[in-house]
Design a protein around this ligand. Structure first.
Ligand code: GLY
Length: 237
């Protein structure tokens, strides 16, 4: 299957997405959530991407995490032409995006979200950031990734708890943008999320990415329309 693009989001296996990102001869680096490092290492090694495993947790979405990534890039002499990939859940994609947006005043980056939540929300739309003094994402930037590679096949190995929290975010997006699909998904999942097959999950992710991309295209820096996406985050708390 050919990867299909929605804005800068490419759907398909990572191995198909990576070649176009690393062509051109600039060095490529990757921050990979240690939980998925084994899965991605062979492809990264094959394409000569230098990578570091990152032990992701909300506590490490912080200056400490930023220091670890920036220190590693510096140590490996990453220059302004470098591409930085962030592979993992929302902590890794937010933090890597932030590191890329400030390292040497900004380098190119791309994201490979591996959780449902990161695929439908965190990695889409160019919000980067870290937590500080107990406030989530209080330090960050708007910085669009060069690409977001979404492979829904990786969700098969996601712990159920992670799938549930991502599903809440997906349903939120459908509430905002597609009431009919929301009703259909809820109906289908009565009696358990496992009733949603791989194809249905993949269609749901694509729809959510399409809805979010449309909102972000209209209001990249959250001055109006994009505030809708705060439903369930800030609004409604
Ligand atoms: N997570 C909400 C947004 O990206 O605007």
């Amino acid at each position: 299957m050919e990867p299909v693009s929605v804005e800068n989001v490419v759907f398909g296996p990572f191995g198909q997405c990576l070649p176009s990102l690393v062509q051109g001869g600039d060095r490529a680096f990757a921050v990979v959530d240690s939980a998925v490092a084994d899965r991605f290492a062979p492809v990264l090694d094959e394409f000569g991407v230098e990578w570091m495993a990152f032990r992701a947790s909300e506590e490490r979405k912080s200056f400490e995490g930023l220091q670890e990534i920036a220190g590693w890039l510096l140590e490996h002499e990453a220059d302004r032409g470098a591409l930085l990939l962030g592979i993992g859940g929302g902590v890794t994609t937010d933090l890597t995006g932030f590191a890329a947006s400030v390292y040497k005043r900004g380098i190119r980056y791309a994201l490979v979200p591996t959780t449902l939540l990161a695929q439908v929300d965190a990695a889409v739309g160019g919000k980067t950031g870290i937590d500080f003094h107990g406030c989530k994402n209080v330090i960050g930037t708007f910085s669009m990734p060069e690409a977001v590679c979404v492979d829904t096949a990786v969700l098969a190995s996601l712990p159920r708890k992670e799938l549930r929290s991502g599903m809440a975010e997906a349903l939120k997006t459908l509430v905002i943008g597609d009431a009919a699909m929301y009703r259909e998904a809820v109906e289908r999942m009565r009696g358990g999320m496992e009733r949603l097959g791989d194809n249905e999950l993949s269609a749901l992710v694509r729809r959510c990415v399409g809805i979010k991309s449309g909102i972000v295209a209209a209001d990249r820096t959250e001055e109006g329309e994009r505030m809708k996406l705060k439903l369930g985050h800030t609004l409604g708390r």
